[in-house]
Write a protein that binds this ligand. Structure first.
Ligand code: GLV
Ligand code: MN
Ligand code: MN
Ligand code: MN
Length: 416
């Protein structure tokens, strides 16, 4: 942080903070954190709230067929749209900033740009994307993919949440019509800017005001099923068991070992383990577990997954169980647009703020959007690097600085 005199477009810090607090109450749990999965009642409430915020900011509001909400500031020439925003769905017991800050910063940024005077040369829109986290369905950037026309026709019927509800049924429950989903496709956007919290500790540790992302990590999700044999926990000798959980435990350790052997920035996480049938006095017969594996180089990512496959198979042979490992999601790494990154850097300089280029270990809508339009990302410091946790926090000062850089960049791109 610094106190140099600054130019650029400045957002109202108190207003941004108040919007973050308002949206942060939607889906808030008394046990801590926010639960706002795609097409749930709090999701509906959040998108309606965001629509009102956009309208209060003087934007013309529209919700598309999949529930992405757009706020538009029309330019005085025809031509492609500059889009800025992020997502409002959350992980289970997530925080108030992941995704939401990018949406709310974009709203106050456009408001500040408009207040600075003149009509934009080109049309600018804010988007509140309906889905990014895959926390309810393996929907994998459903909002962005819908805009880009990348959703398969049968996907809404095939994707099922843990309660057996299809994505199509969930959509109907919040007033959307899956038969019209393909209407969400647009081909009039050429630029996407996304502000997001860093979710790591590079910026706070270095006391840098904002980050400009160079590359977003590639990642894969694997689902592993281990089949052993249920037996009596008292009457079955230790030498006569096919304990699926003991095998899974060794596989999970091996998975961590693959990431450790590869070294930073390789990461691997098991976040879900289901033990069946789940009795204290039953030797587990089946275990399902997840693997989230990430690396910014696609070749290395593929090699890590191959090594995990091999090591899980070796454990299965050793322990006399069966293992099945399926890749359920694969998002390649993405390098963000060099020209737009330069604009974000120029905007930070104009605002008198310090910036650094850095990679993103988290996945983002920009990574998919960036396969079809120019995309760039701005990071705001995360206190203690915490995210995907109720402890997620970024200071009002840092959030407003980031939103001011976004506003200044939008002004440079759309008003100049
Ligand atoms: C998205 O939040 C991710 O898991 O990186
Ligand atoms: Mn400062
Ligand atoms: Mn997230
Ligand atoms: Mn996010």
């Amino acid at each position: 942080m610094n106190d140099r005199p600054a130019a650029g477009v400045r957002v109202d810090e108190a207003r941004l903070t108040s919007l973050v607090e308002q949206l942060g109450r939607v889906g808030a749990q008394s046990s801590g954190g926010i639960i706002r999965p795609l097409y749930s009642p709090p999701w509906r409430e959040a998108q309606d709230m965001v629509a009102t915020m956009m309208s209060d900011a003087g934007l013309s509001v529209r919700e598309d067929a999949v529930g992405n909400v757009f706020g538009r500031l029309a330019g005085d020439t025809a031509g492609p749209v500059l889009l800025t925003g992020s997502h409002i769905d959350t992980v289970v017991h997530g925080g108030a900033y992941d995704g939401a800050l990018g949406v709310l910063s974009a709203i106050v940024a456009l408001e500040a740009c408009a207040a600075a005077g003149g009509t934009p040369r080109r049309t600018v829109e804010v988007v509140s994307l309906c889905e990014e986290e895959s926390s309810r369905f393996h929907a994998n950037y459903f909002g962005t993919r819908s805009i880009l026309g990348l959703v398969a026709e049968n996907e809404p019927e095939l994707l099922v949440d843990p309660d057996g509800v299809t994505l199509a049924e969930a959509a109907r429950s919040v007033g959307l019509d899956p038969a019209r989903f393909s209407d969400a496709r647009r081909d009039d956007i050429d630029t996407f800017l996304e502000l997001h919290i860093e979710q790591g500790r590079t910026l706070v540790d270095a006391a840098i005001d904002v980050g400009v992302v160079d590359v977003i990590t590639g990642f894969m999700w694997l689902e592993v099923v281990v089949d052993g044999r249920t037996d009596h926990a008292g009457a079955t000798a230790m030498t006569n068991r096919q304990d699926a959980l003991q095998a899974a435990a060794r596989m999970i350790t091996a998975v961590e070992g693959v990431a450790l052997a590869e070294g930073h920035p390789a990461v691997a996480t098991t976040g879900v383990v289901r033990v069946h049938p789940g009795g204290a006095n039953i030797v587990p017969g089946r275990v399902e577990f997840t693997i989230d594996v990430r690396h910014p180089e696609l070749d290395v990512l593929d090699q890590m997954v191959a090594a995990m496959r091999e090591q899980c198979a070796a454990v299965a042979t050793d322990r006399g169980v069966q293992v099945d490992l399926q890749v359920v999601k694969k998002t390649p790494p993405h390098t963000l647009d060099a020209g737009l990154r330069a604009v974000l850097q120029q905007a930070a300089d104009t605002c008198g703020l310090t910036w650094r280029e850095l990679p993103s270990g988290a996945g983002h809508d920009s990574q998919t959007m960036g396969t079809h339009v120019k995309a760039a990302m701005l990071f705001v410091p995360s206190v203690d690097g915490r995210s995907h946790s109720p402890a997620e926090y970024s200071t009002p000062h840092d959030c407003a600085q980031g939103a001011s850089v976004l506003a200044t960049a939008v002004r440079l791109l759309a008003w100049a």
